[in-house]
Design a protein around this ligand. Structure first.
Ligand code: GLN
Length: 475
């Protein structure tokens, strides 16, 4: 668990109401933290002047008694979330100087409650990666050990929270991009149910998977941010109209929890992570929860299924970056075809190109049935099996990642398959559209370890309850 100057928004608001601090003081604190930790490369841009101006305005609102629920909240946003008149690049050269023409619905709802946006966070290019090394603007360093990656793709958001560059951050999660970096940085990462939060204004990677979610150091901040961002949005047809109930954290509830036999026996599971997993199982049992080992037979099929589906969706989503409509147009282009080819060749990084090509291949007429339509059927099976488990149990418990943070530019970075296996436990919730949370429970050699709970659709409140309970066990 990370130690920060301010533990939660409630603490900040109480200090403000006692006159012990103000948004303007806090703005100076967070801006200074950003200056001192610039070398971590977590932020691509800090909105310095704007933070100071907005803080002064919100201080006035607090005095007048007209401030919103998030007055005092300093938030960093992943660089794939649109904020009107601010740059948004998805950490890609192809969008390097592109400015948003509108604000993402999720962010707009937070701004309406007086959140202050500190800046935009580095990430893997177009949210494709598990180490933040795929950013066109350099890797992010893990503040627990600067030789290590922070995880990805929301690595900058996680480090921004870890290193106290902000109180909370927004990430996006397609297959683990909020949860795995949360695990590597000792923060809390929540991926909501698919459809809980509008995707309008989130640069699309794989639309049937993508969700925005919070990375925080307290459960109550995650809960508040979720509650405000959630709910139907006319601009996203896949957003759910299911009522958003006020979140209330209850640590007395006792739950039925399943844990995975296959995860425990899986080959790539580091001993330190396995020990943390077994420890948590024991702690939950001692605390009166009903914890049962079950078998989930599809573990080895999840990563291949995820990568067929998401690369297919990415190849379609990214076709809009052609040099014609948005962002970079190659200076060497002569006609329409060379504009397409050269703008993409120069603008996209290697991992993005690899995925566009893989996705185009799995969708091609000759291979569609062998790959894409087969993966769709596997996805359905995984959905069915996951829902079956959650009929009987409140949660399915796994480690968030099989390892702790690995080296920047190390072995994993050279082997895409090894990198893809970092997602082995997180992609299930994404394939099934279910909510999931990563909670820090232990550390090994100074590196944090997170545990992962997947819950029933739209039952994020239960996930937050159990996360809060788990945090009381200490690490
Ligand atoms: N690591 C996964 C990938 O590369 C997850 C990314 C994400 O959730 N955006 O696709």
């Amino acid at each position: 668990m990370v130690t920060k100057k301010y533990a939660s928004l409630t603490q900040i608001q109480s200090l403000i109401s006692q006159g012990k601090t103000s948004c303007s003081d806090l703005a100076k604190y967070y801006l200074n933290q950003n200056k001192e930790n610039k070398h971590l490369n977590a932020m691509l841009e800090v909105f310095e002047e704007e933070v100071l101006n907005r803080a002064a305005i919100i201080d006035e609102k607090i005095k007048a008694g007209t401030s919103g629920k998030l007055a005092g909240m300093f938030l960093a946003i992943k660089d794939n979330i649109c904020y009107k008149d601010h740059r948004v690049s998805a950490s890609s050269k192809i969008l390097e100087n592109f400015k948003s023409t509108y604000t993402a619905t999720a962010l707009k709802r937070l701004l309406d409650e007086d959140v202050i946006v500190v800046g935009r966070c580095n990430c893997d290019e177009f949210a494709m990666g598990a180490s933040n090394e795929n950013s066109a603007f350099g890797p992010v360093k893990n503040a627990a050990d600067e030789r290590k990656v922070p995880g990805g793709s929301s690595g900058g958001s996680a480090v921004a929270v870890q290193a106290d560059l902000c109180l909370a951050a927004l990430g996006s999660d397609t297959g683990g991009s909020i949860r795995q970096p949360a695990s590597f940085t000792g923060t809390i990462g929540l991926k909501p149910t698919y459809g809980r939060i509008s995707r309008s204004g989130l640069l699309a990677y794989a639309s049937s998977f993508d969700q925005i979610g919070p990375i925080t150091s307290s459960v109550e901040d995650a809960s508040l941010l979720l509650e405000i961002m959630a709910g139907k949005d006319e601009l996203d047809a896949t957003s759910s109209s299911k009522e958003v109930k006020p979140m209330a954290i209850n640590t007395l509830a006792k739950y039925n929890i399943a844990y995975s036999k296959e995860a425990l026996e899986s080959e790539g599971l580091e001993p330190s992570v396995k020990a943390a997993y077994l420890d948590l199982i024991k702690n939950l049992e001692n605390d009166g929860h009903n914890v049962v080992e079950i078998s989930f037979p599809y573990l080895e099929h999840m990563v291949p299924c995820y990568y067929v589906m998401t690369t297919a969706e990415a190849s379609s989503n990214l076709s809009r970056y052609s040099g014609m409509l948005y962002g970079k147009r190659s200076e060497h282009s002569e006609d329409i075809e060379s504009t397409f080819k050269k703008s993409r060749s120069e603008g996209f990084g290697n991992e993005v190109k690899r995925r566009i090509m893989t996705g185009t291949f799995v969708l091609s007429a000759d291979f569609y049935d062998a790959y894409y339509s087969k993966a769709q059927r596997v996805r359905r099976l995984i959905q069915q099996e996951s829902n079956k488990i959650l009929k009987e149990f409140d949660f399915f418990l796994c480690p968030t990642a099989p390892t702790t943070a690995f080296e920047i530019d190390g072995e994993k970075s050279k082997d895409p398959i090894q990198m893809y296996l970092a997602d082995i436990f997180t992609v299930q919730a994404s394939l099934a559209g279910l909510p999931a949370i990563s909670v820090p429970t232990a550390s090994f050699d100074g590196l944090p370890i997170g545990m992962h709970l997947m819950g029933r659709p739209f039952q994020e409140n239960d996930l937050l309850n159990i996360a809060n309970t788990i945090l009381t066990y200490g690490s």
